[in-house]
Design a protein around this ligand. Structure first.
Ligand SMILES: [Zn+2]
Length: 53
């Protein structure tokens, strides 16, 4: 388990794989798995995709 870099919510590592992008369950920030042992995440880059408004 680690913490969301945006809101410090607990983020669980189960079923996550290296490079996986998932939303923080608390704040919804897209997080990318940087390492699985120990588990670490960083905010995922967002410039590649534009979902529009
Ligand atoms: Zn968060």
């Amino acid at each position: 388990m680690t913490e969301c870099p945006e809101c410090a919510a607990s983020v669980e590592s189960h079923d996550k794989v290296l490079g996986e992008v998932f939303p923080c369950p608390d704040c919804g920030t897209e997080l990318e798995v940087q390492a699985v042992d120990p588990f670490a995440v960083q905010p995922a880059p967002r410039e590649a995709e534009d979902w529009g408004e």
